[in-house]
Design a protein around this ligand. Sequence first.
Ligand code: ADP
Length: 473
Amino acid sequence: MSLRNLPKFRHTLAFRLTLWYAGIFTLSSCIAFLFFYFLITSVIRERTDRDLSEQAGRFSTLLSLNGIDEVKRFAIIEAQAAGERKIFFRLLSPRGEVFSSSNMSYWRDIGIEREAIQKLVQGKRVVFDTIVLPERQHKVRILYGVIGSNVILQLGQSMENYSRVTEAFKRIFVTTMAFLLVVAAFIGWFMARQALSGVGELTRTASHISSGGSLEERVPANPRGDEIALLATTFNQMLDRIQNLVMGIKEMSDNIAHDLKSPVTRIRGIAEVTLTTETTLDDYKRMAASTIEECDRLLDMINTMLVISEAEAGIGRLKQEKVDLAEVIQNACELFYPLAEDKGITLGCHVPGTFTLLGDTRLIQRMIANLLDNAIKYTSRDGSVEVTVQEEGDKSFAVFVKDTGIGISAKDLPHIFERFYRGDPSRPHTGNGLGLSLAQAIAKAHGGKIDVASSPGQGSTFTITLPRSPSLT
Ligand code: ADP
């Protein structure tokens, strides 16, 4: 992906995270505000209702002690003292007729709630009501109460002061929210950018590499140790592996080119010499024989490489047949007895019993044959080669191929399983440096491995470990 193809701003994760953060912040603030708003308004209403009830109680006591005229007088004085725009009262008959009231010029829009009177007549002591006067912005809380026989009190109180409190609360909330929302968006943006900063580095590195940059580029180490740092480390490890594979492929193709070049050059040389010198039919026959021999060597190398890639394709591509390791080793030994005898080497195969595992008989036999071939090849006259097998726990088997040959130097030891690698002392012997690579690829394909222990001049022991069933490992 090139940098030009980066997602549009509104599609970025940072933008969406910021939006989520700001959204959740706003929602939770609104819920908190609503909670406090309802708490405040209900506290205010309760307080107002308590005040109104206490006032009604006083009217009731006065009526029972001093009579209705004293109540009328007291009510007017109370209304004037509190402010005629703050409270008002009406004294009503049970039919709702007004027979006394405070100065109602400010409250003339407020009528009498028939339903409330009805409820009182039916036996309720007090009824509360809230009225909103459209031309005035605030509410009025009204109490209807029976204060004596046939006397109903309508007592109203303006909630203007309380409305101011709630209005101020709303205003403060809106301004604070607007400010906090901007701050929250900034904080959200900052946090999202911080959290995703490693992703940017990752994208930049991947983008450089994919647009032709060097495979040696790596995402800078992130000391935070979080998930993004882990992703970066994993990404770098993946790049290491890809780089190793690419280098391996390059090295291999160089080696293939080099190793194919020698026999082809030899074939060409033989043909050229034959053509440019005076030659008999026998010379031509010799040339043909040498050409066939070189071609066979080439074919052998190509076939071996094909088997290596077949084995490296992995367990899934292998045959999963029952293999008796003892029988396979015995068969391989049978093939090599004549060669060992010719070289004056004692070849011993000690494989009593059966050692059954799941795998590809043909490949396992080839792997053991390669090790036997090397053991005999790199052991001189009067030496010995021994093959043994034993169970390793209840899950695997170990096959040992031990020789008393030339051994492997510490310098060669780490490289002998590489393709086309040949140790210096082995140069005089035939070979193409693919035998051990193939053996190792086969062992790995079966979920196993090959180890080697060797001392120069004393001999080597190759140990193949194979699981009974590849899937068990
Ligand atoms: P080659 O065709 O050269 O035998 P291999 O891949 O089979 O290729 O082996 C790689 C190298 O490992 C050999 O060139 C040789 O140096 C060394 N080697 C392998 N097996 C033995 C052995 N049994 N004893 C001594 N050296 C060995």
